[in-house]
Design a protein around this ligand. Sequence first.
Ligand code: GDP
Length: 502
Amino acid sequence: HGAAGNATEGKADELLGGLLAPGMDRRSCRSRYESWRYFKHFPYAPSRHLLRALRAYEARHRRCAPGTPLYAEAVEMLRSGRRGSAAAECRYVVWLPFDGLGNRMLSMASGFLYALLTGRVFLVALPPDSADLFCEPFPGTTWLLPHQDFPVANLFGLGVSPEASYTTLLNNKKIAAVVDDDDDTAASNATAAPAYVYLSLGWQLTDRLFFCGEHQRAIGKVSWLLLYSDLYFAPSLYAVTVEFRDELRRLFPEKEAASHLLLRYLLHPSNPVWGLVTRYYHSYLAPATRRIGVQIRMFGFGSIPVDDMYNQILACSRQERILPETDDGDGDAAAAAADTDTGGKTTAILIASLYADYYERLRARYYEHAAASGKSGGVWVGVFQPTHEERQATESLAHNQRALAEVYLLSFSEELLTSGMSTFGYVSSSLAGVRPTILLTAHGHKVPKPPCRRAASMEPCNLTPPRGVECRARPVDGDGEEDDLARHVRTCEDDGDGVKFF
Ligand code: GDP
């Protein structure tokens, strides 16, 4: 694992070691060809199996995408509720928006991974608030679902348990689990697969049976899946079936690389967002020799006063030696400075937060006190914050563009200090290829001790994994499988209920 240091990292090229397919129009998506110049870490090269799987995926996508005869046929099948030849050739996962930008990016990565694992085509239904955020990721085709003409009505307002949700269909005997091959024939004789299934996999996890092998076999027969999720559910796919597990092993021999590679492959900021990112970067961050991204998110359920949060940041920084210490008579400062020896270097601290408070305090700190110099000279510290939006406004495209720009600016840091349980922070770390230091959440509004923990991997946490689901088909059979699972999936540093790859 070379994730934390530079020494073992490979050199990047603009197509990220073949991760990105060549031959796309540079001007229509500048970030796709330029982002490699900004990322500081390239910890994992894509496996050959991943490269093969992506190229095969792209070919399938071109065959089945909107605008093709096969797509027209599949939509017609959905409209009429009939099954037909297209069912076998092209099957789809349609991603639906749910929750904030970080949540959306993570459920996109998970949905795309699920499409890779199951031979499906991944399409996105984007409302106006997301219309100009990301570039087309696949060469020579589109991932946009023409949702105005889609036979399912009210696509953005179906919520957690519409009639077509998997559990409702099960309860109404419109679909049945497939445990073994006898079931298989019985099931297909009794009921034809429904024309589409809605998968409610958000934090309420209404359709948690999705994570059972016997239900995957039933879902596999359905041509259209509508995915409603705000989670990074990739780690929870590992134990669903032997096929998923084996394929995940081949795609990502190092599990920690999964979201890092998926996000860098799939999500490229559109030109307007890239303009925000690059203008800001060159004006404020590029002149420094080192960038530290600090992402502060305060949830209602874990809110504490600004001063307490600020002290938590400082305590964490001291514990993990992240921000430069100051010469303010603080006994620890000189020692810390001697240790980290940032002599002659300049540091840019990039703050991402809805509020200006932490920026103001940190800026004042380095204005009023000199940063403790290392053995070999002065230390220059700049503190920057692009926006302070005050409140989440996911319904606004311009707000989301600024949020996305900040995610990318954070991801161009050498080091990251992020907030626990925040998908905004998770995405930044994965994109950056950095194991962040994570500020723990103030549950019960009590300042947490310790203030933070170093993450064991750059992977996002699945904050709501399936628990207490009784699968009839044992997820993964055989001796040592529990050990294998424990080697790849662990409890999150910042959330005892969550799980992550490491
Ligand atoms: P999470 O709630 O922390 O898991 O992250 P999400 O991205 O899913 O939702 C939070 C939303 O609030 C973001 O998408 C933004 O719209 C807004 N937001 C939160 N923190 C920031 C920030 O630091 N900068 C900006 N520009 N927006 C933020």
